[in-house]
Design a binder for this molecule. Structure first.
Ligand code: ME8
Length: 646
């Protein structure tokens, strides 16, 4: 058994571990979805896969955010980490592990790698004097500082730091790293990033400050009392922790030493991953990862996403609008993995309507409709060896080659382009073979059966190919085709032949796979006119309205009330204090934990009441309509807690 295990092909994929200073958004969702897609794809290739994501919880940035929120860093990270876990659940991410850097297993791993590097003689004590970017958690060399005080990466103002610090002899590994990059052309992808890293290293690597001693939120360093580990040294080690570096050498052998190791990340953190990380591993005597793949940056409707512009794309909203599979598909299809991309409603709607509703959805619908009409939805024996069919078979073989080649380089959109070429070809195949004409001639029944079988076989294959991107809809295609298996366990190897369906198999019930989305017509807005003679019902006065004290509050925590299905218990921060409010909206918020951190409106001058024995000190405002049910009135994050509704 043990012997067999060694023969397996192992694959280990990671995302960056995200800072918990803010909630997850479309950027973090993008990397995490990409990791999920490649993990699922590798499983269809027969790999034994381990996929990891998590949260980066130490460091000055997180400590300062927690302080601003009036919480200890630990309380703050405990509040934020579940937001990421819940988001990944919502996005159907099948990660094998979720690591938090505050976990004991990780702390032990950091202690282990630090002592290994120290014993190697690669750490020495010195003094760091220079500028530091808290937002990037980066020591910025003098020659890169913009206008003498700004960070070259995020543009924020740098802090002057002068403190005793321990340094890692990164410069020692410069030549070895350059040699490794040179000998392994796919070590850093895409090429543009690889060149950037090579140029950077060639300018000369400086030793890296890896300890801080002017704040305390970090992992203490055993050989350096009073110092905590620099957050990037701490964070990068997570990739080892999760596969058992510190306590499970069998797992470490399986998923690090004998595995293909792939790190996915955004272009903002390439240098940390492609320079600092390999140097740490070289010093500790650990094998380097196989691929470090950087993707581009998302903007929103053409602009940089930022809280102050209120244009940060919230995946929860997008999933509500389009469904989780369509959202996953659009992100991965819209831009090539290494390039920057713009998230625009117009593009998303057009992708969904064209690629999903028209090309794929219609193909499935037409096929099932015709099979039902001509053969009552029961598979018949058929034969068709015309040129159209042969060409389709050839195209499928080519599709598999392109998919495999592009996925090796994590070129998701290229891979999907090939899959959609095949889908379009199948649509064209219907027009070429004209089943409706064949159906008119009794003598063409066998040929008609052949054409229809080619179509259902093709759709069966398409479902497997799109499964990594759309795990729910691909299963739905199989269900509609009457396939009684879970697509989750499917293998590409098993779809190479065109022989899945057997005579007598029953196809399933046809439903709409992706409904078409209506595009809001801009002109319609201009036709709206005001009614100057409007009658106001139940008029009130400004004075009367002013008696109600309504303010912006922040939801700190939400819990279910034991024994009361309808009730949720909120802890909220008002401008002055922390209050408890009970609200009967549990049914409308099955994912109620996602409300934590949101700002909402609450009436604060109602007398306290007790609901089922629980004290409620106010009322959170909500809206109600037929389509959405009850929804809390959410307020933009840039509005301060305590702001009054006037
Ligand atoms: O850097 N477009 O965490 P982080 C695309 N904790 N991707 C984006 C994005 C955008 N607009 N915004 C964020 C950290 N990302 C460290 C990592 S790893 C050992 C430590 C994604 O929360 C992208 O993957 O700032 C980027 O690299 C990552 O979020 C940064 O996440």
């Amino acid at each position: 058994m043990c012997h067999l295990k060694k023969m397996e092909k192992n694959f280990y994929v990671t995302t960056p571990i995200y800072y918990v200073n803010g909630a997850p958004h479309v950027g973090s969702a993008y990397t995490t979805i990409a990791a999920d897609v490649i993990a699922r794809y590798k499983k269809t290739q027969g790999y034994n896969v381990y996929s990891l994501t998590g949260t980066d919880e130490h460091g000055q940035k997180v400590e300062e955010t927690a302080l601003l929120k009036g919480l200890t860093p630990q309380a703050w990270t405990d509040l934020m980490a579940p937001k990421f876990q819940e988001m990944w659940k919502l996005l159907n991410i099948e990660n094998d592990d979720f690591i938090r850097t505050t976990e004991p297993r990780h702390k032990s791993a950091v202690v282990k790698i630090l002592s290994t590097v120290y014993e190697k003689g690669d750490i020495y004590c010195g003094e760091y004097e220079g500028k530091y970017c808290v937002s990037c958690e980066n020591f910025v060399p003098e020659n890169q500082i913009v206008e003498n005080k700004f960070c070259p990466d995020c543009g924020k103002e740098l802090r002057v730091v002068k403190e005793e610090s321990y340094f890692f002899k990164m410069s020692k590994y410069q030549d070895e790293l350059l040699k490794h990059i040179d000998e392994n052309p796919n070590f850093i992808l895409p090429q543009s990033r690889r060149n950037e890293v090579i140029n950077f290293i060639k300018q000369g690597l400086q030793d890296l400050s890896i300890s801080r001693n002017t704040f305390t939120w970090g992992i203490p360093i055993e050989f350096a009392p009073g110092h905590i580990t620099y957050v990037w040294f701490d964070a990068l080690t997570n990739y080892l922790t999760a596969v058992g570096y510190e306590n499970n050498l069998e797992k470490f052998d399986e998923f690090w030493n004998n595995s293909e190791v792939v790190h996915l990340l955004g272009k903002d953190i390439v240098r940390f991953h492609a320079i600092i990380w390999p140097c740490m591993l070289l010093s500790a005597g650990i094998k380097l990862p196989d691929k470090i793949v950087a993707h581009g940056w998302w903007t929103s409707e053409g602009e940089k996403m930022s809280k102050s512009k209120n244009n940060v794309v919230d995946p929860i909203e997008e999933v509500k609008k389009y469904g989780v599979d369509a959202f996953r598909f659009c992100l991965m299809r819209e831009v090539n993995f290494g390039n920057d991309g713009d998230y625009s409603t117009k593009n998303i709607i057009s992708r969904i309507n064209n690629d999903l509703a028209n090309d794929l959805g219609n193909l499935l619908n037409r096929t099932l409709g015709m099979y039902s009409k001509y053969f009552d939805g029961v598979i018949v024996e058929g034969k068709n060896e015309d040129e159209f069919t042969k060409n389709l078979y050839i195209l499928f073989e080519e599709t598999l080659i392109v998919v495999e080649r592009s996925m090796e380089k994590l070129e998701f959109s290229k891979s999907m382009e090939a899959i959609w070429k095949f889908i379009s070809r199948m649509n064209k195949y219907i027009d070429e073979t004209m089943p409706w004409l064949l159906a008119k001639e009794e003598s063409e029944k066998v040929k008609l059966g052949g054409v229809m079988n080619t179509l259902v076989e093709g759709l069966y294959k398409v479902a497997v190919l799109i499964y990594p991107y759309m795990p729910v809809k691909s299963q739905n295609i199989w269900d509609q085709l009457g396939v009684e298996k879970s697509i989750k366990n499917s293998l590409i190897e098993d779809i190479k032949e065109w022989n899945h369906f057997k005579k007598g198999d029953k196809l399933g019930v046809a439903t709409v796979l992706f409904p078409r989305l209506e595009v809001l017509v801009e002109e319609a807005k201009n036709e709206l006119e005001i009614n100057e003679n409007l009658k106001i019902e139940n008029p009130t006065t400004i004075e009367k309205f002013g008696e109600t004290k309504i303010e912006v509050v922040e939801i700190i925590s939400v819990e279910k009330v034991e024994g009361a299905d309808r009730l949720l218990k909120f802890k909220v921060k008002t401008g002055k204090e922390i209050r408890q409010i009970v609200s009967g909206i549990a049914k409308n918020y099955p994912e109620f934990k996602l409300l934590e951190g949101k700002k909402v409106l609450a009436v604060l001058n109602l007398p306290p009441v007790t609901l089922l024995g629980i004290l409620s000190q106010g009322m959170i405002l909500s809206t109600e309509d037929k389509k959405n049910g009850i929804k809390l009135v959410e307020i933009s994050q840039e509005i301060k807690v305590g702001a009054k509704l006037k």
